[in-house]
Unconditional design. Structure first.
Lengths: 266, 342
C-alpha cells in the first residue's frame, strides 16, 4: 500500500448535459494502477454517461481528464483506444456472423507482410487466428475450442469472454466494463469475474460498472458511488457493508471524507 | 496441453452427436452457396430430360450469354444486400449510363472512349448519390433507391428523348462485349461473360481477403456493434454504394453488347431480377451473410429455369411462377440455416 501512487486515469469536474437534462454535474473519478474500481449508482446517477466520456463515445461539456498525468481529450472512440483504453460494452459490440478471430481484430485487422499485403491489402488471417488463439488461451477460456467458430454459435458467457478478450488483447492501460454480467447466468458470471481478475494480474487497471452488489464486493478494490451526477463517496468492500453502500447510493447516508478511501489500496 | 486436447476431444464427440439434419444445416450455414449450387446441378439434370437440345454446348453458351447482364447487376446488388441494404435503382442506373455512352458518341460526336468514361462516371456518380442520401441524409436504402429508380428512369427517357440508338449508329467499341470467344467447338462465351467472371473474382477476393470485405459483412450483420468496434460504418456504406454504382455503369457496356443497341426502354425489371439472383444465390436479405459467387449461381439458376422450361415447351407464365417458388424456397432455406448450431 503506497500512498504516493499517482492515478492512471483521472477525471475532474466532468459535466455533460443533454438539452436540459444534466447527466453528470461535476463528477470526479480516480483510477489507480492495477486496481479494480467498481462504479455503482442508482439509475440516472450518471454512471454510463461518465463512462462514455472516458471511452470517447461522448464529449464532455466541461471538466478535464488525465491519463498518466497527461491531459487527454477524446473526440471519438478511436482516440481512447489509441490512448490504451478499451471498453467492453453492455451490448458486447461483437458481430455474430463473423468468427472469434475476426471479431477480436474487428476494426484493426492486420495485413499480410510483403506485396500481398501492401498492394492487394490481403489480410494476415493465419497470423490473426494464431494471436487470437493465444489471447483466448491466456485468459483461460477453455470452453472455446475453435477460433474460427462464428460468435453467434457461442453461449452468452463465451461471447462476453470474446468481448473481454478483445479488450485484453489491445488494452494497454485501462479496461472499462459496462455491466459485463447483467445478461449472464451464475456460472457464466463467475467466468467473467475470473477473467476480470486475470486482467488485473496482467497489470491493467479496471473500471467495472455493475448493479450486482455481491459481485462488486467480491472483486472490487474500491467502490466509487455515484449519485445525482456526482461522486458522493469512495469506499472499500472491507470498510463498509453492502447496506451502507446502498444507503449512500440512495442518499440515506452521507459519508465524511475521513471515512472514505480516496487513495489507492493496492 | 493434454488438458485442452481432451477438452477438444470432448467437444468433438459432442459435435458428432448432431443429427444428420443438424449436420446439413451446419454445413449450409458455413457455405451458404452450397444449396444454390445443388439446385443448379439438379435443375440441369432434370432439364436435360425435358429436351435433348438443353444439354448441348450451344445452348449452355446461350444461357451464359443471357445471364451475363443479370449476373453483372447482381454483383453490385450483392454488395449492397450484404450491408442489409437494397438497391431498386440499379437497372435504372445501368440504362442511364448506357444512354449517356451511346448518345454522347452518336449525337454529340464524342470519341468512343470519352463517351465511355463519361457513362462510367455518370453511373458511379448515381451510385454515390444513393450512398450520400443513405449515409448523410440518413434515409433507408429502400426509400432512397425507390426514389432514385424513378428519377434515373425519367432522366434517361428525357435525355434519350425516347429514342433507341441502333447498332449501326453505335461506336464499335460499345458492341465489343457482345463478341464471342470460342472456348471449344460449339462452346462460345462473349467477352461480356468473361468480364462478369473477372468482376466476380475481384469482388470475391476483396470480400474474403481484405479488411474492407470483413467490414462490409460486419456492417450488415450488426451496424451498431460494428460502430462500437471502431469501424467507420458510414464510410464503408458509402464505399459500397459507390462501388455498386461503378459496377452498374460497367454493366451498361455489357447491356449494349448483349442487346446490340442502346434503348431507354429496356431493363425495367433488372432491379427485381438482380435481387432474385442474389436471394436464390443464398445471400441473406437481412445482411451480413452470403457469398458473392452465390449470386452468379443464382443468376444462372434463373437462366437455366427459363431456358429449360422454354425448351420443354412450358409457357412463359409458368416460368415466372417457377421463379417465384424458387425465391420463396431460397428465403425459407436461409431462415432455416440461420438457426443452425455449429
Amino acid at each position: 500500500m503506497s500512498k504516493s501512487k499517482a492515478p492512471v486515469l483521472e477525471a475532474k469536474n466532468l459535466v455533460k448535459t443533454y438539452g436540459r437534462v444534466i447527466a453528470i454535474d461535476g463528477a470526479d473519478l480516480q483510477l489507480f494502477p492495477g486496481e479494480i474500481l467498481a462504479v455503482v449508482g442508482d439509475n440516472g446517477a450518471g454512471k454510463s454517461t461518465m463512462i462514455k466520456c472516458l471511452s470517447g463515445a461522448e464529449v464532455p461539456d466541461g471538466g478535464s481528464m488525465e491519463l498518466d498525468g497527461a491531459p487527454i481529450t477524446f473526440k471519438r472512440q478511436k482516440d481512447s483506444r489509441d490512448a490504451g483504453i478499451e471498453t467492453v460494452y453492455q451490448t458486447l459490440a461483437v458481430s455474430p456472423a463473423l468468427d472469434i478471430a475476426a471479431n477480436l481484430f474487428l476494426g484493426r485487422e492486420v495485413r499480410k507482410k510483403g506485396p500481398l499485403g501492401v498492394l492487394l491489402r490481403m489480410l494476415d488471417n493465419s497470423g490473426m487466428r494464431k494471436r487470437a488463439k493465444e489471447e483466448i488461451t491466456a485468459l483461460g477460456i477453455g470452453t472455446i475450442q475453435n477460433i474460427s467458430q462464428a460468435v453467434e454459435t457461442l453461449s452468452g458467457g463465451q461471447r462476453q469472454a470474446v468481448s473481454v478478450a478483445r479488450a485484453a488483447a489491445f488494452g494497454q492501460k485501462v479496461i472499462i466494463l459496462d455491466e459485463p454480467t447483467a445478461a449472464l447466468g451464475v456460472k457464466e458470471s463467475g467466468q467473467v469475474l475470473k477473467l476480470i481478475e486475470s486482467l488485473r494480474q496482467r497489470g491493467l487497471s479496471i473500471i467495472l460498472i455493475s448493479h450486482n452488489m455481491p459481485q462488486v464486493f467480491e472483486v472490487a478494490d474500491r467502490i466509487h458511488i455515484q449519485r445525482l451526477g456526482k461522486r458522493v463517496a469512495v469506499v472499500t468492500p472491507k470498510s463498509h457493508t453492502m447496506n451502507e453502500v446502498v444507503a449512500v447510493m440512495t442518499g440515506a447516508l452521507k459519508l465524511d471524507v475521513k471515512d472514505q478511501t480516496l487513495g489507492p489500496v493496492r | 496441453m493434454s488438458k485442452t486436447d481432451s477438452a477438444i476431444d470432448a467437444a468433438e464427440t459432442f459435435k458428432d452427436r448432431a443429427t444428420t439434419k443438424q449436420k446439413v444445416q451446419t454445413t449450409l450455414h458455413n457455405y451458404p452457396w452450397l444449396s444454390s449450387a445443388a439446385v443448379l446441378i439438379v435443375a440441369v439434370f432434370v432439364f436435360s430430360f425435358g429436351n435433348e437440345n438443353f444439354l448441348t454446348t450451344n445452348n449452355l453458351s446461350l444461357i451464359l450469354q443471357q445471364v451475363a447482364v443479370i449476373g453483372a447487376i447482381a454483383a453490385g446488388q450483392t454488395l449492397i444486400i450484404l450491408t442489409a441494404g437494397i438497391d431498386l435503382s440499379c437497372g435504372a442506373i445501368a440504362i442511364f449510363a448506357s444512354m449517356v455512352m451511346a448518345k454522347t458518341a452518336f449525337v454529340n460526336g464524342w470519341p468512343g472512349w470519352a463517351a465511355f468514361l463519361l457513362g462510367i462516371a455518370v453511373g458511379t456518380g448515381a451510385g454515390a448519390f444513393n450512398g450520400w442520401l443513405i449515409t448523410k441524409v440518413n434515409l433507408p436504402p429502400f426509400i432512397v433507391t425507390l426514389g432514385t429508380f424513378n428519377v434515373f428512369s425519367a432522366l434517361t427517357l428525357f435525355y434519350a428523348t425516347g429514342r433507341t440508338i441502333m447498332d449501326k449508329e453505335l461506336e464499335p467499341m460499345f458492341l465489343y462485349l457482345g463478341e464471342p470467344i470460342t472456348i471449344f467447338s460449339n462452346f462460345r462465351i462473349t467477352y461480356g461473360v468473361l468480364l462478369v467472371i473477372v468482376m466476380y473474382s475481384i469482388l470475391a477476393f476483396a470480400l474474403r481477403y481484405t479488411a474492407w470485405g470483413r467490414h462490409v459483412y460486419a456492417v450488415g450483420d450488426d451496424i451498431e456493434a460494428a460502430r462500437l468496434a471502431g469501424i467507420q460504418v458510414k464510410r464503408v456504406l458509402m464505399s459500397v454504394y459507390f462501388s455498386a454504382g461503378f459496377i452498374f455503369a460497367i454493366t451498361s457496356w455489357i447491356i449494349i453488347g448483349r442487346v446490340g443497341a442502346a434503348s431507354p426502354n429496356s431493363g425495367t425489371n433488372l432491379n427485381l431480377d438482380s435481387i432474385t439472383a442474389v436471394v436464390i444465390g443464398g445471400t441473406s436479405l437481412f445482411g451480413g451473410r452470403g457469398a458473392i459467387f452465390g449470386s452468379l449461381i443464382g443468376a444462372v439458376i434463373v437462366g437455366v429455369f427459363r431456358n429449360g422450361l422454354t425448351l420443354a415447351g412450358v409457357d412463359l407464365y409458368y416460368q415466372t411462377f417457377a421463379v417465384g417458388l424458387l425465391i420463396i424456397t431460397a428465403v425459407s432455406i436461409d431462415q432455416w440455416i440461420r438457426k443452425a448450431r455449429v
